[in-house]
Ligand binder design. Sequence first.
Ligand code: COA
Ligand code: AMP
Length: 636
Amino acid sequence: MSLNDSPNGRKYSDEYQRSLGDPEGFWLEAAQAVEWVTEPTSAYSGVDAPLTRWFPDGELNTAWNALDRHVAAGRGDQLALIHDSAMVGTVTTYTYSELTAEVARFAGVLRAQGVGRGDRVVIYLPMIPEAAIAMLATARLGAIHSVVFGGFAANELAVRIRDAAPKAVVTTSGGLEPNRHVEYLPTVHEALATAGAPELPVIVKHRDGFATDPAALGWNHVDWDAALAVAQPAGPVTVKATDPLYILYTSGTTGTPKGVVRDNGGHAVALLWTMANLYDIHAGDVWWTASDVGWVVGHSYIVYGPLLAGATTVMYEGKPVGTPDAGAFWRVIEQHGVKALFTAPTALRAIRKMDPEAELLKAYDAGSLQTLFTAGERLDTATFHWASKVLGVPVVDHWWQTETGWGIVGNPRGLDPLPIKAGSPTLPMPGYDLRIVDGYGAPVGVGEEGNIVLGLPLPPGTLTTLWGDDQRYVDSYLSAFDGYYATGDSGYVDGDGYVYVMGRTDDVINVAGHRLSTGAIEQVVGKHPAVAECAVIGVADALKGQKAVGYVVLKSGVSIDPDALQKELVALVRKEIGPVADFKNATIVDALPKTRSGKILRKTMRQIADGDDYTVPSTIEDPSVIENLVPILSAR
Ligand code: COA
Ligand code: AMP
């Protein structure tokens, strides 16, 4: 298959049926879009079941497929990456030839630090081109990257460094947020000390306006630019399709993040399938994902997907509003001729709030835009209708998770586009055998809400395990429903098979498209000396989808000013988890509602706070606790 072949003419229903009826045939055919060093002879191997192994005898290099391949095909002069910084007002471009050369040289820098096949590299960078370069350079060496979002604090970085045990850390002197400069080096320093790894090589990309002398801190410090200037370019290292490409930590229900492991072969096959069939993006198209490389959306669709497809990817350092205004997205679309934009609904709500009639759009020609894709949280119908009206293009929601790495449910614009229904991300994508079941695993009826589960094996590109802990993978995802992966989301399917995703069944919340664990926030709040116990719940928020709100019970005999306590708790969460937790509200209460076995009734609390119908479980220990809480929760 050539990269420019349009898959149009194929129908979603045929593709979907074939993916489930003949997965070998379907995925081996899709695998032809990859250039392999050793072509796979089979698609799925159940040898390590329930762990998933795709293309077990295939060999490749992912970075080579994303870069050198396009140069070899004669498209070296085409733009690969456009970095648009609304923060500093610059645009920096890289052709495929330039990006390939830069990545090869940075791979040389990493190699000089001892990084080789299978080693880990932790990348803690904001939205600058070096983030993509560091990821691709790691992949070029057959090593494994783990990118940590810049909004996480030192402790979260330390937890990831400890778990991934990297050979090197790649970072910068600073990131730019609208209201402040983010100094990365003190955070990295603290994280290394906490992780007990002060000797680890730290490669630092210096940025203007930030502290420039980290060497004085006594680290094993390598200057990005100086090292790059003398580096010998490194060639691509062939790896097995089943070898890990990256680890991406995500929030679970406990305070310990889960290290989602992505393989090389299944990932490349799945992303290439999605670029052509789900997004209708092909070599030469300009594609923009307004997310961050620290999240899965950034991994799959700022870096790997568009580059594997030979498209031009736009990397945006800025916000949807305030940098400088709510017309920023429209400016980027016009300036770079963006064909499709992928963002989170919260970004659209932020724009709509500032500019309800989209007056600022009139100043730009957004005519290149053919489709707006959203994910990260449910696309609420008001935002769907608003975006559809102001942009006049299809607004396409799709549902997925860090674990799956690509859309579980979507509307394949490269096949026969399906009618869009507001509130639904449409139909399951190939390879996903989606069912709605009750708590015992029995199927529920049409229109009835239940747990969304996916039949095993999951398709290529989905997680292969959790880093260093196969058992935790099985316990977290595969144990609740025999033969199925539990998504942790609830929802229903309508009479046309359209899926509606309604929310999480666990303690994971989604704040401004960022996935957070209320359990992790509770652990931090619980450390405050005045706090006896606490419950953190995710309550509905008009802009950010949800926000984390804490209810705390004081230790007996302790008295503290509520405002002072709230300030201290907010500062504690910001220090321990990071600003991204966006934790701003903590209220003192007399008691928390619990079952007789001691489980805090967080779901009931959330329902009351959101003004939803609720039933108090019969197992409640003391009904008066909830009665006393109703006015407090309702007033939040
Ligand atoms: N480094 C350091 N701090 C960061 C950060 C980063 N990379 N990203 C966010 N933060 C900080 C913010 O500065 C803010 O700090 P503050 O409390 O001092 O103001 C805090 O974390 C909360 O950030 P956020 O929730 O992003 O709120 P915001 O008010 O800055 O912006 C939106 C709101 C909706 C504009 C913004 O969240 C957005 O664009 N969201 C899209 C999310 C997205 O793309 N998700 C990926 C899934 S597709
Ligand atoms: P993350 O792993 O950060 O991508 O978050 C995944 C979770 O975000 C999912 O389990 C859902 O709860 C939620 N989510 C992501 N996309 C959507 C969507 N399109 N509709 C509804 N929920 C979504």
